[in-house]
Structure formats: structure tokens, C-alpha cells
Write a protein that binds this ligand. Structure first.
Ligand SMILES: O=P(O)(O)OC[C@H]1O[C@H](O[C@H]2O[C@H](CO)[C@@H](O)[C@H](O)[C@H]2O)[C@H](O)[C@@H](O)[C@@H]1O
Length: 282
């Protein structure tokens, strides 16, 4: 078990959040992003394995706090496959307090039951899927589409000039999303065309309410995590203690880094933090 000095949030509110998590773990909710937080950013989404020790740290915490959640843009099935969580019924032992909220809260998997809920895709998704080849006809080599059934992600990381590729494609992609009732949400070297009104802030608020959590930790690394940081601010106003954590790295938006109560060094820093928390909770 990792030992060491307690992490030191740089804000009093973050310090209060950390203290509440450790002193009353039964009512704590720990919410973690996947890509860039539990897993290093890589060029192909299918290759994004968990950081060394991430799954073990997650299991250790899930056994010690009231609620442990992965709130991710990934589909639930992709997340479970990448992490190896829940490969077969027996392996769910100890994951009773773990929930995965996939596709920004559209989908859900619970370790207690092993069941997944997933809505039908919006009709606009099929239209966008059929029109994307034409919109991407002149895209440079390396631009790819990740089809998540409920959302479509345009990846430019493998283009020779990712920023230029995204800049050139974004207006047409935004138009396509708008015409079909979808939202175009930016992320690290991606533009995601997804259903509106579902974000990590909503997902977090609903889970906190359902679990009657009294303290929350949110860790993330990208623009899609900012609504969850906003939710932590709102929850503090309701008397629920909170700690926001930035998993830092070269592509982390300044808006997220500057707002975080605690900044750690990428997924390995997150793993160390989770292990320290587990050791402190005991
Ligand atoms: O909420 P998250 O768990 O962070 O998921 C957000 C998106 O992450 C994935 O894309 C990002 O990670 C890829 C693998 O490291 C990387 O190649 C890509 O450039 C990143 O933007 C994922 O592919 C998306 O579906 C998620 O929505």
C-alpha cells in the first residue's frame, strides 16, 4: 500500500473536501475520468490501456468509499473492456460500490448488478453517420471517426497537422451537428458530435443525489470535465464538500488546470493519489 505525505490541495475548499473524504468515506463519492486521467493519452482510442496500477487503485478505493464512479465519454462496453473490469461475473466481487457512467451519463453500468442501461441513439446520429463521409471527403490522411453508437467522434491526432485539420473541418462538422439536433463538443484533438444536455456535471449531480453523498472528489484532464468541476462548486453551496483534481499534461486546457484544487502529474499521479487516499482511509 502506498504511503507518503497527505496530498496538499492549494485551496481551503479543496482541503475541506479532502478532509471530509478521509473522515467520512462511507458518504464519499469519487468520480474519475478515463482518458488522460486513468489512462495516458495515446494516438488510437482502442489502445488506451489503464495506467500501471490504475485498476488496482480503483478496486482498493471502491472497497473503501460509499461510491466510486468512472464518468467518461467512452461507451460503457469499451470502458469495461479496456480496464478489464467485470470480465465475467466472479470478477465483480469487491466492485459493488463502483458505477460507470458512459457517454457523459447516457449509459450506466453498476458493479452491484453487472447490468448496463443504454438508451436508443437519437435519430440525428444515423443521419450524421451517413453524411460524415461526404463532409470528411477532403480531410487529410489520419483523420478518423470513432463510432460510439450514441455519438460520433472525429479524431485528428494522427493527422500531420492536427490543429490545422480540426480548424478546417470544424465549421462543417458543427453545422452538421446543429442541423441534426446534436452538440459539437471539443476535446483533446477531437470534435465529438453527441446528444445535447448530457454532460459530466449533470451525471455527477444526479449520482450525488441518488447516493446522498456528502463529499465528492472529481478528477479530470479535458474540457469535458469542466461541467463536473462546475457541479462541485454548486454542491459546495449545498454543504457538500468537494475536491477537484487536474491530471496534468501537455494538452490539459489551462481553464481546467487553473481551477483545480489539486494538480497531479498525469495518470501516474492520479494512481498515486488514489493509493494514498486508500491508505489514509484504511
Ligand atoms: O471522458 P474521457 O474518459 O476522458 O473520454 C473523452 C474522450 O476520450 C477519448 O479520446 C481521447 O483519448 C484518446 C486515447 O488516448 C486520444 O487518442 C484522443 O485524442 C483523446 O481525445 C475517446 O476516444 C473519446 O471517445 C472520448 O469521448
Amino acid at each position: 500500500m502506498t504511503t507518503g505525505p497527505a496530498p496538499a490541495p492549494r485551496t481551503p475548499a479543496g482541503g475541506a473536501g479532502l478532509a471530509a473524504l478521509i473522515t467520512a468515506p462511507d458518504t464519499a463519492l469519487i468520480a474519475l475520468d478515463y482518458d488522460g486521467t486513468l489512462s495516458p493519452i495515446v494516438s488510437r482510442p482502442a489502445d488506451a490501456m489503464p495506467a500501471p496500477g490504475a485498476v488496482e487503485a480503483l478496486r482498493a478505493l471502491a472497497a473503501r468509499v460509499g461510491t466510486c464512479a468512472i464518468i467518461t465519454g467512452r461507451p460503457v462496453d469499451a470502458l469495461l473492456e479496456l480496464t478489464g473490469l467485470a470480465n465475467g461475473n466472479g470478477e465483480r466481487a469487491g466492485l459493488e460500490n463502483l458505477t460507470v457512467l458512459g457517454q457523459y451519463g447516457l449509459q450506466r453500468w453498476d458493479g452491484a448488478t453487472g447490468a448496463t442501461t443504454s438508451p436508443e441513439p437519437l435519430p440525428g446520429i444515423a443521419t450524421v453517420r451517413s453524411q460524415l463521409p461526404e463532409v470528411l471527403r477532403d480531410a487529410p490522411p489520419g483523420v478518423t471517426v470513432e463510432d460510439k453508437t450514441q455519438a460520433l467522434v472525429i479524431h485528428v491526432r494522427r493527422a500531420a497537422n492536427p490543429d490545422a485539420a480540426l480548424g478546417a473541418l470544424a465549421p462543417a462538422l458543427r453545422r452538421l451537428a446543429e442541423e441534426n439536433g446534436l452538440e459539437a463538443a471539443p476535446g483533446k484533438r477531437v470534435l465529438e458530435l453527441r446528444p445535447p444536455n448530457h454532460d459530466k456535471g449533470r451525471a455527477l449531480r444526479e449520482l450525488v443525489e441518488e447516493r446522498t453523498a456528502r463529499s465528492v472528489l472529481v478528477a479530470g484532464d479535458d474540457l469535458g470535465d469542466l461541467p463536473a468541476f462546475d457541479a462541485v462548486d454548486e454542491l459546495r453551496g449545498l454543504g457538500i464538500a468537494g475536491l477537484t483534481v487536474c491530471s496534468d499534461g501537455p494538452e490539459v486546457p489551462a481553464a481546467l488546470r487553473e481551477r483545480a484544487d489539486l494538480v497531479v502529474d498525469g495518470p501516474l499521479g492520479v494512481v498515486t493519489l488514489l493509493n494514498l487516499l486508500a491508505a489514509r482511509i484504511g
